[in-house]
Design a protein around this ligand. Sequence first.
Ligand code: DQA
Length: 154
Amino acid sequence: MAKKAKSFPIYVLNGPTLNLLGTREPEVYGRTTLSEIGKRVKERARTHGLDVVFRQSNHEGDLVDWIQEARVQGCAIILNGAAYTHTSIAIHDALRAVQSPIIEVHLSNPHAREPFRHHSFVSTVATGVIVGLKDMGYLLAVDAVANLLKDNNK
Ligand code: DQA
């Protein structure tokens, strides 16, 4: 893991319907658009000397492919799997094969919502989980990755 620190980007991967952030249920997810979150994430990563690959897809297979790409070309994964969080064994299995840090992020707090959002197939393989802090969660995840990579370099 240490060999990858800083020379490879953080993969920030976003699942279905997150492309509609800003207009989709703003009382739940906030008013910040996904492209604004991407901009802020890149700025924050830069302060740590880290690059970012920022992507969104509505398709489960894309997310699996990108997790596999991040496994060899990334230093860490920050994942908001959106609804696939609660359903996808395929994403769970892809993440199991990753050896670098995995931070699960959700804008809302799924535990305070409907029971079908209480189970996450990501949490059981994540290094850490950040929920309920809207877009701030993504920035805290970047800080967490930077710290984890530092610790791994000791
Ligand atoms: C979400 C929470 C999920 O339950 C939901 O399906 C989403 C967004 C969040 O960021 O709060 O699409 O991942």
